[in-house]
Write a protein that binds this ligand. Structure first.
Ligand code: MLT
Ligand code: ZN
Length: 457
């Protein structure tokens, strides 16, 4: 135990916010899946930006590395301590939960890194606007973590991912200086887009402490449809016709084995009177009721074999329930290998067929559950069975993705989980530039080492 460091940290944030008891630290030291864990000297919870800077200063002086953490809903091990680090702290940003006044004229709001997605959505909603990113972990995921991972979620096809919502950012650099562009300028071509660069930087370049965020008109009407289909190619041709709807917000895909698993786990009834191999959740929203337009498109889709529609909130929530329960249902089976990948649209169907055959042959007896954000070409490949440290299935699936022109991470990030394979889908020129950027921001490598960039960078 590094007593001088702990004393310095207590001086900065107060003794109540330097957590050292093993059972209090425990929840911060393991990720949600149980696959990634490590041990920290302390979990430190600063209450403002100056304290964040001082914590970084004390850590640098002590030669201790820093793992920034938001709501700890990440899935690639990037927000929990490294198993092999000598001395590290977890820097929890949850106390930075300030919400600024919603600026209706600009349709923007400032939020601290610790504001949860649910809180942000409620805050924007109370002012008659909407924060557009949505994801199942909304109750715990925080603004800082969502910026640092460039979170995606359910609405990317209409509004873009987190990066598209970020107008400005506030972040503390490794040397303690504060980067702040929170003035809300929509047009700002005065040099490099540092806010954009920090989106998706996974805590390796700076500690995000707040963001200026774009808001959207809040749709007054919403309709959700669950569609039963024979296969993914059919679903893709429905998707291409749905794209004509300017109210289209979500097109999510699931498969019969995943739905069966979810029904057993969450004690849900089957969605249709007979099972369908492939099921889509489609949602449209607008200032006018989009139901008729959606029905019009679907009536021209012979691939759709079964339909359930709801526009009231209870009914819509029910139609989302099978989709939203997937993550928990898979975790209940055992520690999953979570491979979040994207493919070019025209290779999606090929990938689905090939990945099923591949997983069967590489991880005999394992269970594969697929689902994802079809509208974004993003599938979540979840494999349960192989022990967490047996990465042969990860390797095989990610190589297949690379061969088909995809990305090894669509939205979860690289983290610890995929750094070995970064160069599968990023060129050596890409990795060299990223390494140079990392060195420029964090020359001593104190911020989230072991994440994103290959070992030795
Ligand atoms: C999802 O879309 O369900 C999330 O990315 C979480 C997950 O992949 O488990
Ligand atoms: Zn997802």
């Amino acid at each position: 135990v590094n007593e001088p460091l702990l004393a310095a940290l207590r001086e900065v944030v107060g003794p109540a916010h330097v957590l050292t008891e093993p059972d209090v630290r425990a929840g911060y030291e393991v990720d949600w899946t149980g696959r990634w864990r490590g041990s920290a000297e302390a979990v430190v919870r600063p209450g403002n930006v100056a304290e964040v800077a001082a914590v970084l200063g004390a850590s640098a002086a002590a030669g201790v590395t820093v793992v920034p953490q938001g709501g700890n809903t990440g899935l690639v091990g990037g927000g929990v301590p490294r198993a092999d680090a000598v001395s590290q702290i977890v820097l929890s940003l949850v106390r930075l939960d300030e919400r600024g006044r919603v600026d209706g004229g600009a349709a923007q709001v400032s939020a601290g890194a610790g504001v949860t997605l649910t809180q942000l959505q409620a805050h924007a909603g109370a002012a008659g606007l909407m924060f557009a990113v949505d994801l199942t972990a909304r109750q715990s995921a925080t603004v800082g973590g969502m910026v640092a991972t460039n979170a995606g979620g359910l609405h990317v096809l209409r509004y873009g991912s987190m990066r598209a919502q970020v107008v400005g950012i506030e972040a503390v650099l490794a040397d303690g200086s504060v980067l702040s562009r929170m003035g809300g300028l929509v047009k700002d071509n005065s040099g490099y887009d540092l806010a954009g660069l920090l989106c998706g930087s996974e805590g390796t370049l700076a500690v995000v402490t707040g963001a200026r965020l774009r808001l959207w008109p809040r749709p007054t009407h919403r309709v959700t449809a669950l569609l039963g289909l024979a296969d993914l190619p059919g679903a893709l041709s429905v998707l291409s016709r749905l794209r004509s709807l300017d109210t289209l917000e979500a097109v999510e895909v699931m498969f019969d084995d995943g739905i069966e698993l979810v029904c057993a786990h969450a004690q849900l009834a089957a969605p249709f009177s007979q099972p369908h191999p492939c099921v889509l959740v489609v949602e449209c929203a607008g200032l006018d009721d989009p139901t008729n337009d959606l029905a019009g498109v679907l009536s021209g889709c012979p691939e759709v074999l079964d339909t359930a529609v709801a526009s009231d909130s209870g009914g819509r929530q029910r139609l989302w329930s099978w989709r939203e329960a997937h993550t928990e249902a898979v975790n209940a089976l055992g520690i999953p290998h979570k491979l979040d990948v994207s493919l070019p649209a025209q290779r999606m169907a090929e990938f689905e067929g090939e990945v099923r055959a591949l997983v069967t042959s590489v991880a005999l007896g394992s269970r594969l559950v697929l689902w994802g954000h079809l509208g974004d070409g993003n599938l979540h490949v979840n494999v349960v069975g192989p022990p967490p440290d047996d990465e042969s299935v990860d390797e095989a699936v990610l190589r297949l993705v690379a061969d088909l022109g995809g990305s090894i991470s669509a939205e979860h990030g690289i983290g610890v989980a995929k750094r070995r394979w970064l160069s599968l889908t990023r060129s050596s020129a890409d990795v060299a530039v990223m390494t140079a950027v990392k060195r420029a921001f964090d020359p001593t490598g104190m911020l989230n080492p072991g994440v994103l960039l290959p070992a030795g960078r």
